[in-house]
Design a protein. Structure first.
Length: 123
């Protein structure tokens, strides 16, 4: 159990650092659309789809692989709480069209990215 917690902790720490660096690199983006959060969430969805496909295809992968990468890294890399806060801020600023684009785009592209990642491992 302790080993599993360590794998999740290491993965989520690395994922969080990667998310932070991507957000910093995209902070110069113009406009009020949160490109950093949007990008990490879609990339994270693609990555978890690929990892899910690999683990379902390669049964010999250790459970530690899933804990480190899917639970840890992807969990630390993607950010539902920031996504939700940014959506609420758009509503508070009366940016209803941007809010709708952000929410619908994130959910639709997120699900599509997971499916794409999963399906690419099945080829």
């Amino acid at each position: 159990m302790i080993k599993d917690i360590v794998f999740v902790g290491i993965g989520s720490g690395i994922g969080g650092i990667c998310r932070y660096l991507i957000s910093l690199s995209m902070s110069h983006s113009h406009g009020s659309f949160p490109w950093g959060t949007f990008s990490v969430n879609i990339v994270g969805c693609l990555l978890i789809g690929i990892l899910w496909g690999l683990t379902s295809r390669c049964q010999h992968l250790a459970p530690a692989f899933s804990l480190l990468f899917m639970v840890g890294f992807c969990g630390g890399f993607t950010t539902f709480s920031t996504f939700s806060k940014e959506g609420l801020m758009m509503l508070q600023n009366n940016n209803y069209a941007l809010f709708a684009l952000y929410i619908l785009g994130s959910v639709a592209l997120g699900i599509a990215a997971v499916a794409l990642g999963y399906l690419t491992t099945k080829l």
